[in-house]
Design a protein around this ligand. Structure first.
Ligand SMILES: O=c1ccn([C@@H]2O[C@H](COP(=O)(O)O)[C@@H](O)[C@H]2O)c(=O)[nH]1
Length: 577
């Protein structure tokens, strides 16, 4: 772990049940390779994961079993270690490559920007040569300008010890927000292609392995499952997915399951399969909290025995990178916790209420517009993480707001029509839910798509005894954390926690920024974060506004991003005592 990481807190644990074939899985790590430096439950780093994978490999190989390490994308954007370097990602790609990953694929974040997808093509794919698969992504080769597969479409291989014959695919969900130097083919079309049809007709396969940046409960994975199962009724299919930032497990049939392993290096997913060639293979899953208490426990090793030399070196490399990027530099001190989804919106402790009522109102102002009032609209997905009471560092800045979006505006919009826009963005299900092939990216944080209702934690559970027998032999008081419910029940998390509430938030929030806050303006500058321009333009049409956004909008506060705006506000208002 990093030198400043908090010590893990002992908690009741459920063990790993190893099988003939075992997997470790990460997804949506978004640059959090240093771990969570303000949360003991998730404070292990990528170096600890390198040690952990080695120790688990030693353990299963000693039994003659196999281990595969999987990553399903969105490795980029979301943490100072990725976003604060110039160019972005240079430290991350060097750190990542020290983990031997057997199979990996791309997420949507690797494709938002041309330079990110080209870094993937020129750096990450060569670093993991032969293990990176991209079944439905093409890229215009930056040299030849030809459209070529981002990486091989699929991979056929046999496992090291048992020679299990595996055909693996690597998919991205039907993403439409990619840069125009890349092409994402909808999954439903890709699976009609000859290469895929031939691959699933191959009889010499013991397991189809589908890894992807795709929710495990999605129409895309259902389509792949049906395509394989319609031809190969007896062959087990193992899916690994992600994107919604949740822990999840899907059971498609008795021989096909899928695992999603959370987000931000909070979770290391474990899955084992036993009886692969029988009519009733047994699948076991575990969501491991990424802290040293859990990792050492599952390895069966103590503080001295657990770390490998390679793991220690990677932790050191992360510390050096963080220091070169000045990620511990303190810009201010947050007076209290501000939550994305643990509290109701609006409320005093909601990060969105804070944005609306303080940050935007105090700081959003384009000098060239004088005192013209502005109605500002932000999508809630632009914010990526909670703010904890205490130091607000260079790292926190990018953890909360990693994207490079700035603001645009349309002038002289009648206030009564401008006001309708947020209501439309928040109510319209076609915008909210992003139907297949819709050009609209969802606006809320990804985990909001996974739940349709608030989940209000029963706080009396924290004080009661855990239902599953703890394996650690102790019964310490439960600490708040993941209490996952999935297709296999409620015993998936390795750590027995007390629950945390989850509240739904809208797609967008708005703030009226005016010198005279009590007067109702007749017209306003309609200001919006540029990422949502297509959505705002459509909603404006519904609101009866006749505006051509491509021609009539202009940059608001030139060269100011949301990240800069937040940081400036923190520096001014949250002085450390
Ligand atoms: O520039 C951006 C990019 C993304 N978003 C928001 O993030 C989600 C996608 O998050 P995943 O991690 O890929 O699931 C997207 O739907 C937007 O809400 C953004 O605001 N700005």
């Amino acid at each position: 772990a990093q030198p400043s990481a908090p010590d893990p807190i002992p908690a009741p644990l459920r063990g790993l049940e190893f099988g003939q074939l075992n997997f470790l899985h990460t997804t949506d790590t978004h640059g959090w390779l240093a771990g969570h430096l303000q949360e003991p439950s998730y404070a292990a780093d990528w170096g600890d994961y390198v040690s952990f994978a080695t120790r688990i490999r030693e353990k299963v190989e000693a039994r003659g079993q196999d281990l595969l390490v999987i990553d399903t994308g969105d490795r980029v954007e979301g943490n100072g270690l990725y976003d604060s370097s110039e160019p972005k990602g240079v430290y991350i790609s060097e750190i990542l490559r020290h983990q031997p990953i057997d199979l990996l694929t791309s997420g949507n974040h690797e494709l938002y920007k041309q330079n990110t997808s080209e870094a993937e093509f020129f750096t990450t794919i060569p670093n993991f040569r032969g293990n990176y698969i991209a079944s439905n992504i093409d890229i215009f080769h930056p040299g030849t300008k030809e459209l070529v597969p981002l990486a091989p479409r699929y991979k056929k291989f046999t496992t090291k010890l048992q020679g299990i014959r595996i055909t693996a695919f690597g998919f991205l969900f039907d993403f439409t927000g990619n840069n125009n130097r890349t092409v994402v083919q909808p999954v439903e079309e890709t699976i009609k292609e000859d290469w895929f049809q031939e691959a699933i007709r191959d009889k010499d396969v013991d397991l189809f392995l589908v890894i992807g940046h795709v929710p495990v409960k999605s129409q895309e994975y259902q389509a792949i499952f049906r395509a394989i199962r319609s031809l190969r009724w007896g062959v087990p299919i193992q899916f690994f997915g992600g994107h919604l930032h949740i822990r999840d497990y899907a059971r498609y049939d008795a021989k096909a399951v899928g695992l999603a392993s959370g987000r931000f290096m909070e979770t290391i997913g474990f899955l084992s399969i036993d009886g692969l060639s029988t009519s009733t293979p047994v699948f076991k899953r575990r969501y491991i909290d990424n802290n040293l208490f859990s990792l050492r426990h599952h390895s069966g090793l103590d503080e001295d025995g657990f770390p490998t030399e390679q793991g220690r070196n990677v932790s050191r490399l992360i510390a050096e990178s963080r220091s070169a990027l000045h990620l511990d530099e303190v810009h201010g001190c947050a007076p209290r916790d501000l939550w994305m989804s643990r509290v109701k919106y609006p409320s005093n402790d909601s990060i969105y209420t804070w944005l609306e009522s303080q940050v935007l109102v105090d700081s959003l102002k384009d000098e060239s517009r004088g005192d013209t009032p502005a109605l500002a609209i932000l999508n809630t997905g632009a914010i990526r993480f909670d703010i904890f009471q205490g130091p607000f560092t260079q790292d926190t800045t990018f953890i909360v707001s990693p994207f490079t979006s700035g603001f645009r505006y349309v002038k002289d919009v009648p206030y009564d029509q401008a006001q309708l826009i947020v209501g439309i963005l928040n109510k319209q299900p076609q915008i909210l839910r992003t139907p297949r092939y819709s050009p609209f990216t969802p606006l809320a944080p990804p985990e909001q798509l996974a739940y349709s209702n608030d989940i209000v934690a029963d706080l009396t559970v924290g004080a009661s005894k855990p239902q599953q027998a703890p394996l650690s032999g102790q019964e310490p008081e439960l600490i708040p954390g993941y209490t996952t419910k999935d297709d296999a029940g409620t015993d998936g998390d390795d750590t027995v926690h007390s629950p945390i509430s989850f509240y739904r938030v809208p797609n967008c929030i708005q703030a009226l920024v005016a010198a005279n806050a009590s007067a109702v303006p007749e017209t306003v500058d309609l200001v919006y974060i540029d990422f949502i321009e297509r959505h705002v333009a459509l909603a404006a049409k519904f609101a009866g506004l006749d505006v051509n956004f491509a021609q009539e909008s202009e940059v608001y506060m030139p060269s100011m991003t949301l990240t800069d705006l937040l940081l400036d506000w923190v520096k001014t208002h949250w002085k450390c005592e």
